[in-house]
Design a protein around this ligand. Sequence first.
Ligand SMILES: Nc1ncnc2c1ncn2[C@@H]1O[C@H](COP(=O)(O)OP(=O)(O)OP(=O)(O)O)[C@@H](O)[C@H]1O
Ligand SMILES: [Mg+2]
Length: 442
Amino acid sequence: MNMTPKEIVAYLDDYVISQKDAKKTIALALRTRYRRMQLSAELQEEIKPKNILMIGSTGVGKTEISRRLAKMMGVPFIKVEASKYTEVGFVGRDVESMIRDLVVASIEIVKSEKQEENKEKIENYVLNKIVEKLLPPLPAGASESKKDDYQRLLEAMEKRVLSGEMDEKIIELELDKMHVEFNDTNLPPEMAKVQESFSKIFSTMSKEDSKKELTVADAKEILKLEASNKLLDMTNINTLALKRAEQGGIIFLDEIDKIALSSNTQGRNDPSKEGVQRDLLPIVEGSSVTTKYGVINTDHILFIAAGAFHVSKPSDLIPELQGRFPLRVELESLTEETLYQILTQTQNSLLKQYQALLSVEGMELIFEDDAIRAIAQLSHRANEITEDIGARRLHTVLERVLEDVSFNADEYQGKEFRITKELVHEKLDLVVEDDDLSRYIL
Ligand SMILES: Nc1ncnc2c1ncn2[C@@H]1O[C@H](COP(=O)(O)OP(=O)(O)OP(=O)(O)O)[C@@H](O)[C@H]1O
Ligand SMILES: [Mg+2]
């Protein structure tokens, strides 16, 4: 992960339009962590990450930024909704579970790296096991020429398995007592231990029944898991992963405004909100959390919190928590031009998605530029008249424009269909300008 801030921003630009400040701040925070890792251990200890608070109304790209970051980076990353901890479950709210989730995410990353490193070994293991099932073994005391024949058969079979030709064949496998993994990390470690011993008991009991009939294709997947468990040093992976989460982990705390006590809805505040904030404090500040895989210190985990703060304000968070998010970035609400760019310039733009969907029906959907402008304009207008739901408005508006086309797609097989400005206006004008209608439809 040694992308420069500029490179990170450039990457995000492909998916999120405008929101320069947010992108810059986050890119810088990530680079700072990289810089820190290059320093002496002593200095590293001293440099704490500066947590970020992203403020912006709904649908302007807060979650999108984080989602893209997660995909881009090889660092452990999880996203949690802060509001989820106010729901009291049977174990009570357990804010520390986010740290355990982070460790699990980290293990996944390290494990897949190790799998990549040991790819050949794993593939060989899988291949041998499958071929063993498909070819009866060579009888003992076979002559030299038989052995040669067998060798040729073996190689031919290996080729067929690799090419996927045998994928449909059913074979019987004795599965290693696959320990049923309980990866419910929301359990506190004490509970997890209990579960683990249970699963051990179960797996020894069911040893007899571990023969299973499977297609070769399925066997490939299952054996790959078995091979990883056998060939990879899981203890080592866990240690590495713990370290990685501790030093490079990022937790995205979404909907943080939902746990703020809003100053203007007196009496209706949920007392558990403040509790969640208090529980968050030590974790964000830096403390030790016990996980199934060892103890992890949260000092250097980067927290990015985000919220719309419509009803509440950042200052409605308890002061101690506010202080732990020193970097504030505001996301702008989306203008007509931004909406237009979101439609036309993003990698995964909605227009491309619709075009791809309808191409399945053999139909070519063409959006005229005027039409796209009109969609952006009307979406913006609808945001002004009713609630501002940001780019989410584009979904409802487009759905409305394309409803009929989409329904009648079979009539356009092999043909193109042009979305024109006139069509957009015809579908939307009445709806947008009618306050009541647009509240329901858009
Ligand atoms: N600036 C933007 N550039 C590109 N796409 C955007 C932008 N803002 C929002 N979107 C799109 O709009 C949708 C909603 O955005 P997102 O989930 O990021 O909203 P949010 O800011 O997290 O809102 P909320 O406060 O409701 O959680 C996504 O599909 C996203 O791709
Ligand atoms: Mg969001």
